[in-house]
Design a protein around this ligand. Structure first.
Ligand SMILES: Cc1ncc(COP(=O)(O)O)c(C=O)c1O
Length: 437
């Protein structure tokens, strides 16, 4: 079996001596708020390919996270690394908004082809948070209204703009006074919650109407089609189509944040295609760059025309905008996803994954599963469910599977290339970990 397709193989303690040493050195040179260093982790990654990660002590893991959802075509996908090497030796950096790299045009053309509806005009950036902020600025320029309706449980990043749109108090509290106050939050309905869509849509309507004549009138409704960091929450089937209709009726832009769900993860190129909904602005990031930092907001020509034409001093840009190496990586990654048929693979393998997870429902403290494609969660229930899910993730790590938790949910979002036997072995580890805590 080749590296990248290996099952878990743990031969040293987790974390082992090398990871522990790196942890203690890191604790002296990195701000303590970034990495939690303790008895159970972190492990330090030293190599990754396909769905495998090797840590500094030589343990081999199966990665059920795809590196925060980034490595859709697998870690270090050969076509991506080759494109990066070729581009890096040819043109590493250009003048993004002044004299751009030639390859930026190819990527923007590809995004226009892939994006649903008539979304075809983009602004590139580096992180999801940046692209969310580009979307919000665009909505303000296009509508003249800066207010936004976002959703509780949503996650859009931690830059000051994106943070204002993220409801979670843990992230907001130290900075509350520095955040724009014109954001209103509505509840995000769960597919299991009958009547949830109608109640949520009513709340959105009320927020938009209440703000209508104030300084914070609502120009956009921002939503993840499936809440990712909120715990892989899939809305009822009538929610997104209803939201699309409501936004049109209220003359408000619909902004879909597909930073997590975009580029095949849910079994469609974009999750909004499950509901046949096209937004006015689509935000993408994570897997776009195939492992390099790259994000974008893609809009309709009409909405993007809300921005004035540049007269030489772009009013919205950054040093690395359209970095040629990131553009080359993205083009190669998108080609890999397409050529390997990874979008339909995510759908099929996702169905198998879901059956296995559904089969775990009813075990001690397991409520059930939810998700679409290879974006699934096993949800624990009962008192202390969030602590237990963390304990399960730690026990899984010790057995060679990397999995992240979102509250009581274990999020399972592997590379779309994960082999059937790796998925099988990884799920066996999750079952053993569940039984152990
Ligand atoms: C839906 C969504 N939007 C935005 C972001 C923020 O992206 P970044 O961390 O790259 O700024 C994330 C990150 O997890 C996300 O899941």
């Amino acid at each position: 079996m080749t590296w990248g397709e290996l099952p878990p193989r743990v031969t040293m303690p987790v974390p082992g001596p090398r990871s522990r040493d790196l942890g203690s050195r890191l604790s002296r040179v990195e701000c303590r708020t970034i990495t939690r260093i303790g008895e159970t982790g972190p492990i330090f990654w030293s190599e990754a390919a396909g769905a495998n990660v090797r840590d500094a002590d030589g343990n081999v893991y199966v990665d059920f996270t795809a590196g925060f959802g980034v490595s859709a075509a697998g870690h270090a996908a050969p076509a991506v690394t080759a494109a990066i090497a070729a581009q890096a030796s040819k043109l590493m950096h250009a003048l993004g908004d002044v004299h751009p790299a030639d390859i930026k045009v190819l990527l923007l053309e590809r995004l226009a082809e892939l994006a649903p509806g008539d979304l075809s005009v983009s602004i590139l950036s580096a992180n999801g948070s940046d692209a969310v902020e580009s979307a919000w600025k665009t909505a303000t320029m296009a509508t003249g209204r800066s207010g936004v309706v976002a959703f509780r449980g949503g996650y859009h990043g931690l830059g000051f703009g994106a943070l204002a749109l993220t409801a979670d108090r843990r992230f907001r509290e130290p900075f509350t006074r520095q955040l724009y106050q014109g954001i209103r939050f509505a509840s995000f309905p769960d597919a299991a919650d009958e009547g949830g869509a109608a109640a949520s849509l009513e709340e959105v309507r009320r927020h938009v109407l209440e703000a209508r004549n104030g300084a914070d009138a609502v120009g956009a409704v921002l939503v993840e089609p499936i809440q990712g960091r909120g715990g892989i929450v899939v809305p009822p089937p009538d929610f997104l189509p209803g939201l699309r209709r409501l936004c049109t009726e209220l003359d408000t832009l619909l902004v879909l944040d597909e930073v997590y769900t975009g580029f095949g993860r849910t079994g469609r190129w974009f999750a909004c295609e499950h509901w046949d909904v096209a937004p006015d602005l689509l935000v993408v990031g994570k897997s776009l760059g195939g492992g390099l930092p790259l994000s974008a907001v893609i809009g309709t020509p009409a909405v993007m025309a809300g921005w004035p034409a540049s007269e030489g001093e772009a009013i919205h840009t950054s040093t690395f905008l359209g970095n040629p190496v990131a553009c080359a990586a993205a083009l190669a990654h998108l080609r890999s996803i397409e050529e390997a048929g990874l979008v339909s693979r995510a759908e099929h393998l996702g169905r198998e994954l879901r059956e296995r997870l559904d089969g775990m429902a009813g075990r001690r403290g397991v409520a059930g599963a939810r998700g679409l494609g290879l974006m699934q969660a096993l949800v624990l229930e009962g008192e202390g469910a969030a602590e237990r899910s963390l304990a399960v993730a730690e026990a899984a790590l010790r057995r060679g599977v990397i999995v992240l938790t979102e509250g009581p949910a274990l999020a399972i979002t592997p590379p779309l290339t994960i082999t059937g036997s790796q998925l099988d072995a990884g799920l066996g580890v999750i079952e053993a970990a569940l039984a152990s805590v």
